[in-house]
Design a protein around this ligand. Sequence first.
Ligand SMILES: [Zn+2]
Length: 439
Amino acid sequence: MILSGATVVTSLDPVRVVQTDVHVADGRIAASFGGASRDCSGCLVVPGNVCAHTHLYSALARGMPYALEPPADFTQILQRIWWRLDRALDEESIRASALVGGMEALLSGTTTLVDHHASPSMIDGSLDLVSDALASLGVRSVLCYETSDRDGLAHAAAGVRENRRFLNRVRGEELPLARGMVGAHASFTLSDETLAACTEAARDFGVGLHVHAAEDGADERDSLARCGRRVADRLQRAGALDEHTLLAHGVHLDDDEIGLVHAAHASIAHNARSNMNNSIGRARLDALGEQVSLGTDGIGSDMFEESRTAFFRLREDDSGTGGDWPLQRLARSAELAGRAFGEPLLGTLDVGAPADLVVLDYAAPTPMHERSFAGHWVFGLSARNVRDVMVAGEWAVLDRQLARTDQRELAAAATVAAERLWRRLDEIPAHTFEPEGGQ
Ligand SMILES: [Zn+2]
């Protein structure tokens, strides 16, 4: 396959822009190769976006009715919304969530999802439902099950088992587009025993722990009440903080904790829109520094929108933030996924890299080159420019339509599943789990 006539961005950090045909062979960017040609003249070809933290299980929550007292803080948001929704999920709704979430990811130019899945009423096999749905669309993914003690010890044990089961499947089968991590909810819903079981599973499989960390102050207060140490300190002493670890949010990490995260070379997924939506405070992006990647925390998977919002939120406080900041964050997200796949070139379009790419139909109104690209990203480009998407050398989107599935039928089926899910939700009361240390 040859993508001809485009301007090609081969790397986001540092930005490299070249005028070249893109050759794809055996799922990878090739030096040159024959085969069919697709006209991409006037288009921009960029590496596929990676979302470093999302929750596909929340895809059917959009517009969901809410009849309880409005939540007054982050814990109540979990108790009254997300810890009700997750218990209402069944096989049909897990599958529909993954399909419709995967569809929206592809259509917005996101080729890899690092997902954190929860479905306490159907834990065993749930990661197969997600991975099979995403594979059917052609989305690359790094999956895990969100282990937690909030629904009791049996659920916590089942969560660890599901992570191990799926990691065994990844190890034993040819799943070209899926890898695993060990998922854990957050320090404040994890006993020492469950945290140790997660850490042991991660070590056994040589993967990282994917866990929310210091998203809200309640997580820190709980950890201090539980063991007299802050969250990152607790994780570090449990052996849960290393170069494979992915911490989501990290909003309330203090200087000492950030020092621990840096020393461990762990990654932090920043989720700007979710942080704003949940009123949990602002991540200290200056202190968190280079190890920050970008996720959506389940607010879709549009990384144009997420990176732009994160940029403007940061600029509001610091006008010195450069336009290359969102590109660097997206490069870190891709590196994180690349480590999971053993593909260090993932996120670039260098020869040998997995052919995960997006063709943007973009009539640039100003010159496009290495020094201007960041400006185009922040002020011009968006998911509406996404024309074609390729993952591992296979087309997943062509001419703004899913290449392998009828997207209208898929969305219609999801709507039916959502109505059923919302009806079940009416019967589920607010969760009663409380963190230690109070609000
Ligand atoms: Zn999250």
